[in-house]
Design a protein around this ligand. Structure first.
Ligand code: IPE
Ligand code: IPE
Ligand code: MG
Length: 252
């Protein structure tokens, strides 16, 4: 596989094509900048969230095309409840709208839907729409599309610590057996590998409580582009940057 990246083709170089080798297995994205995108156009913030949904569709397709195995999208954080009620309600309706429009094409593309985060605290209409899609796509063995909804990494780590403490107290676990692998099994992300590449759009260079444990050795890539203006080309640009990195994991 080799994908030409059009915007780079002004100065064609061997490395301007994405290689089929060394594609990140797991890409995670902090999709930020919807509100600013709308405000720049004199539109209400929700218009940016709506536009962001079509970007999700484009990037899922690009991930399938480039042979990424897991795509995790940060859609709503445990801190996003601080926003005005109307905005929260609007954002939490989007999974249902996205799935209503795009589930058939996700099925065609063999995509499997999963989630991470505190699912039970979501409105029932969000839970129902997402649970339906999880069930419907459970036998698909292509891209795993992992939505982080009502996700907060500190909450996730505390939940894991509490579970482990209970297992120790009830003598279902021996403290000497507790290692990184067993700890990871208690996180929401227990069925997927750690992200290889983290992308954050919208110009902020912070994690905003996203995957603090899992990103220990992930490659980071930040862009000023706001999420609604993020394109397939920008996604390939990030993959290309990843392919040019040298991961050392503390070695030499
Ligand atoms: C990201 O865009 C979407 C969510 C956090 C739900 P924002 O809504 O944070 O947009 P900005 O950062 O205010 O522009
Ligand atoms: C992070 O974006 C959360 C999501 C993209 C879902 P925020 O917009 O909430 O992050 P901060 O508040 O700028 O750190
Ligand atoms: Mg933001």
């Amino acid at each position: 596989m080799s994908i030409k990246i059009p915007f780079l083709s002004k100065q064609p170089k061997e490395t301007d094509s994405l290689s089929g080798e060394n594609v990140p297995n797991h890409v995670a994205i902090i999709m930020d900048g919807n509100g600013r995108w709308a405000q720049k156009r004199g539109l209400p913030r929700f218009a940016g969230h709506k536009e962001g949904v079509s970007t999700v569709n484009k990037i899922v397709k690009a991930a399938v095309k480039s042979n990424v195995k897991v795509l995790t999208l940060y859609t709503f954080s445990t801190e996003n409840w601080k926003r005005p009620k109307q905005e929260v309600e609007y954002i939490l309706k989007l999974p249902k709208e996205f799935l209503h429009v795009y589930l058939p094409s996700l099925m065609e593309n063999n995509v499997r839907i999963q989630t991470i985060g505190d699912f039970q605290a979501l409105p029932s209409h969000t839970q129902e729409a997402v649970s339906y899609a999880i069930e419907k796509t459970k036998n698909n063995d292509g891209l795993i599309l992992n939505f982080a909804i009502n996700y907060g990494s500190r909450h996730e780590i505390l939940k894991a610590v509490k579970q482990i403490a209970t297992e120790l107290k009830e003598e279902r676990m021996d403290i000497d057996s507790l290692d990184e692998e067993i700890f990871s099994k208690h996180l929401y992300t227990n069925s997927v590998s750690d992200p290889d590449l983290l992308i954050r759009t919208g110009g902020e260079c912070r994690l905003s409580n996203f995957m603090l444990w899992q990103l220990a050795y992930t490659e980071f890539w930040f862009t000023e582009k706001l999420w609604p203006e993020f394109t397939e080309e920008t996604f390939y640009e990030a993959l290309l940057a990843y392919q040019q990195r040298k991961r050392r994991y503390g070695g030499i």
